[in-house]
Design a protein around this ligand. Structure first.
Ligand code: UFG
Length: 343
């Protein structure tokens, strides 16, 4: 079995493609499995253009037992990074079973195959959503999780528990759950980035599409929160920094440096940024004006959440490095690349 090979599920997607690049840069061989349900083949060309290496690509659904079994039988990767999942909070409320079936089904399938094929290490994409409306900020990994407010959030909590229990039961298995805060931006080359389908749910893609003229006006959801400027506070983490956290997590398990078989790390910057700050930061970074208005609060939004990153800094030896201005420039550069806009 090769400790330099990593299976990346959902590797054609936003976080997956950036992680594939950082893995390849760190000397890993990457095998991507993706059903392209919310991603595009073009990201594979982007990965190849950046790294000079075309990763092995298998088009399959992680819930497809036979296809995944073939993949495990044919490739001797020691580690898996499991990104493949649905992630739209609102959709999960309308179609909960779709979320439980896909997000839980794929994880169970992969863990079962890892057990049977004796694969050792898994990194799981968890989310700051598990903290809900936390009583104390910033949140540490020991901050109690709050009951999930959406089926999507519930799949992240359930998946963490399924992973913890599986790692406890299977001797050769190690797992790290990374709790992402708000990933934004794109690779500095502007060759890969986020490709939301339809109307974006998240703030930064909505901002860049508004700047590009695809959307008329950004709605700022609420200016009456109990925060300094009345808008919500989040911890916006650069996508390349986030991708690097996965490489460090894989290195840690491959080299046997993990202290526990199952570990959890926050992946954020540790810095709260308001919606207004982000919007104005985007305008300044890119020297443009954005059309925006204040709108009512969005259902389900927490007032504030940001990370205590001490554990990731000290244990993983990882920290967020990219300046927010550079991240916001990269987000706009990517939108311009996608829309053929001259900057
Ligand atoms: N926002 C706007 N206008 C928009 C979109 C968002 O004002 O058009 C605001 C939101 O109200 C929120 C902030 O921008 O205050 C960030 O919103 P996002 O949708 O970008 O991100 P969230 O913090 O709501 O959600 C993200 C992920 C989820 C994850 C959650 C965990 O998208 O998958 O973080 O904290 F569950």
């Amino acid at each position: 079995m090769s400790n330099r090979k990593v299976l990346v599920t959902g590797g054609a997607g936003y976080i997956g493609s950036h992680t594939a690049v950082e893995l390849i840069n760190a000397g890993y061989e990457v095998i991507i499995v993706d059903n392209l349900s919310n991603s595009d083949r073009s990201s594979l060309a982007g990965i190849a253009a950046i790294t000079g290496v075309t990763p092995t690509f298998v088009e399959a659904d992680c819930c497809d037992r036979e296809a995944m079994e073939r993949l495990f039988a044919e490739h001797d990767f020691q580690s898996v990074i499991h990104f493949a999942a649905f992630k739209a909070v609102g959709e999960s409320v309308a179609e909960p079973l779709k979320y439980y079936q896909n997000n839980i089904g794929s994880l169970v399938n992969i863990l079962d195959l890892m057990r049977r094929y004796e694969r050792r290490n898994i990194v799981f994409s968890s989310s700051a959503t598990v903290y809900g409306d936390a009583d104390v900020l910033p949140v540490t990994e020991r901050t109690p999780r709050k009951p999930a407010t959406s089926p999507y959030g519930n799949t992240k909590q359930m998946a963490e528990d399924i992973l913890r229990d599986s790692v406890a039961a299977v001797e050769h298995l190690n797992g790290i759950a990374l709790r992402y805060f708000n990933p934004i931006g794109a690779h500095p080359s502007a060759l890969i980035g986020e490709l939301p389908r339809g109307v974006p749910n998240n703030l930064v893609p909505y901002i860049t599409q508004t700047a590009a003229g695809v959307r008329e006006c950004l709605s700022i959801f609420g200016d009456d929160y109990p925060t300094p400027d009345g808008s919500c506070l989040r911890d916006y983490i650069d996508i390349v920094d986030l991708a690097r956290a996965h490489v460090v997590a894989i290195d840690r398990m491959v080299e046997g440096r993990n202290k526990e078989a199952f570990e959890i790390f926050n992946v954020g910057t540790g810095r709260p940024v308001s919606v207004f700050e982000l919007v104005h930061g985007f305008e300044e970074a890119n020297n443009l004006k954005l059309n925006y208005k204040v709108a009512p609060r969005r259902a389900g939004d927490v007032t504030a959440v940001w990370a205590d990153t001490t554990l990731a800094n000290e244990e993983l030896g990882w920290r967020a490095e990219r300046e927010l201005t550079d991240t916001l420039r990269s987000a706009w550069a990517w939108e311009c690349h996608v829309r053929n806009i001259k900057q």
